[in-house]
Design a protein around this ligand. Sequence first.
Ligand SMILES: [Zn+2]
Length: 348
Amino acid sequence: MDGWQFGPAQELRRAFILDDTKLGPIHWYHRGKSAAVVMSVDDIFPGTSQSAYEAGGDLEKGALGRLLWLLERHPQLQLTLFVTPDWRRISPVADRIWQHVPWLCDRMYLARVLPKGTMDIRKHPDFVAVLNAMPRTEVALHGLAHVNFGYPVSVEFEHRDREMCAGMLTEAMQIFEEAGLRYVRGLQPPGWSCSPALLYGCRDVGIEWIMSARDVRTPISKDARTAMSGLSGVSMLFPERIAECLLHISTNFQATSAPERAFDILDAGGVLSIKAHITKNVPGHTHLDGVDDLYMNYLDRLFADIEERYGDTIDWTTLGSLATSLSTSASTPPPERKSPQSATDRAA
Ligand SMILES: [Zn+2]
């Protein structure tokens, strides 16, 4: 959701500090690559056009079909899909009468919700099969049910302690495994929220990377820090280790961003990190970056321009692959400079 601000990353670091020398932005990629492109899509679950709204459940005939079209048009493109194992939220807008009742409003769902288990992916094998079959696509976690008691409606991990966060993440991964859905150990927290309790919970259950911050406003520079949604103060362009064994990658581009922003990020040697939401219109809210024909056509044109302008120097990858490739980089030196176009030249 838009506009929610959370604690500065520096506070999280202080709560977490294990070894200062291993924290901070990471400025290099594969040898010979000068910058990277990733694209992620949120809020995917088996909702169909016959239910409250379509969120992937119509399979190739719905929004997933639009993503498949984009993948086919651009053989270098790779995707990360953030899937919610048992989605329950119908509307992100608080509309229950008890929202006005003190004490009660903090202990009840303030928006309409589906019964637990309705969208449990274990009951939707066709949905799982299509996700598993999508080319150059990985799945990562997007909460457990994407709803919480009280305000804000969608910020599922807010006000949860470390043990509860770890328990919810464990249940989410268990559902993925029992459904047979292949996934990587990354998390986009619903509502962008990233508390120290959640970060500790992530480490407790082996989550390796997290995507909390979104900033599509701050001007591009190598030193730009996030100041919009989610974590503030983390690198806007580069992967950053915010705790031992936990990498953060920001979102810095969406449908409302001009192409020049993408080129500026790539020229700075950064990770162009594109965000989309699988559904354009949900009850009470319109996602500016919803997967519709207009956004897909925009990205089709943008990717063609990037391919023409930068050729083979771009690392088209996934968040999970990027995190894995960097997971040991703090303990190993950056790659040698092979040529003036090496990643360290462009990105350091
Ligand atoms: Zn979401």
